[in-house]
Design a binder for this molecule. Structure first.
Ligand SMILES: [Mg+2]
Length: 204
C-alpha cells in the first residue's frame, strides 16, 4: 500500500496486464486441450465492461500461464466470447519461456508491451501468481478474488488493501469486474486531472 494513494500514480497508467483463466474467461473444470476448442466457453461476469472501460489506455494485454494454448489460440478463445477486440497483446508462459509466479514473467510482459512496469496495471484472480509478483516488479495491482478465496481476515474493505500478508500486495481489491469498471472513470488517463485517490474512496 502507500503509493496507490498517490493521485499521480493513476494518471501514469498506460496499459493493463490481464490474467486469463478465471479473470477474463472462466476456467471450466473437466475440459482438456486449448480453451478455444472447448464445447462451451464463458466470459467472466463484467469482463466486457471492464475491458471497455480500460480501453482508454492504449495497450491491454492477456498474459497467462496456460500451457494448452499459444497466444494465437488465446486470442481465438477470447474472440468466441467477444472480448478479443479490446486486447492488443496475447502472451503465454510457453512462448515467453517463464511462468508466473516468477516476477521475471511480469518483467518480460512489460518488455513485450513496450511499457515500463510502473505504468502497468495487473489484474488477476490469483493473489500468489497475478498480484504478488506483479507488485514485486512495480506494477499497480488489482485483485479480483475468486469466490471463497478472500475470507474474513484476508481481505480488507472494498477499495483498500488488506493489512496483512500477501494481500497487501494488492493495491485494490474488487469483488468482481463490474466493480472495477465502475472505478475506472476515477482513473485519470491522458492528462485529465484525477479526482483523487482511487484506493481510499471507500464503499461507493
Ligand atoms: Mg487465473
Amino acid at each position: 500500500m502507500g503509493r496507490t494513494s498517490s493521485t499521480e500514480l493513476w494518471t501514469e497508467l498506460k496499459g493493463v496486464v490481464w490474467d486469463w483463466g478465471d479473470t477474463l474467461m472462466r476456467d471450466i473444470p473437466g475440459n482438456g486441450g486449448p480453451m478455444v476448442s472447448w464445447p462451451y466457453v464463458e466470459a467472466m461476469p463484467g469482463a466486457a465492461g471492464a475491458l471497455r472501460a480500460l480501453s482508454r489506455l492504449p495497450v491491454q494485454c492477456v498474459a497467462t500461464n496456460a500451457t494448452d494454448s499459444d497466444g494465437k489460440r488465446v486470442a481465438e478463445a477470447l474472440e468466441r466470447v467477444g472480448l478479443r477486440r479490446h486486447l492488443t497483446h496475447f502472451l503465454t508462459s510457453g512462448e515467453l519461456g517463464v511462468s508466473k509466479p516468477d516476477p521475471a514473467f511480469f518483467r518480460r510482459v512489460a518488455r513485450e508491451m513496450g511499457i515500463s512496469p510502473g505504468h502497468l496495471l495487473s489484474v488477476g484472480n490469483d493473489l500468489r501468481k497475478d498480484i504478488v509478483p506483479a507488485k514485486a516488479v512495480g506494477m499497480v495491482t488489482v485483485w479480483v478474488p475468486s469466490v471463497g478465496d478472500a475470507g474474513p481476515g484476508r481481505r480488507g474493505p472494498e477499495g483498500t488493501s488488506a493489512e496483512n500478508g500477501a494481500a497487501a500486495a494488492a493495491d485494490l481489491i474488487v469483488p468482481n469486474l463490474f466493480r472495477l469498471a465502475q472505478l475506472v472513470p476515477v482513473v485519470s488517463v491522458g492528462g485529465n486531472p484525477s479526482r483523487g485517490p482511487l484506493v481510499r474512496e471507500g464503499g461507493q
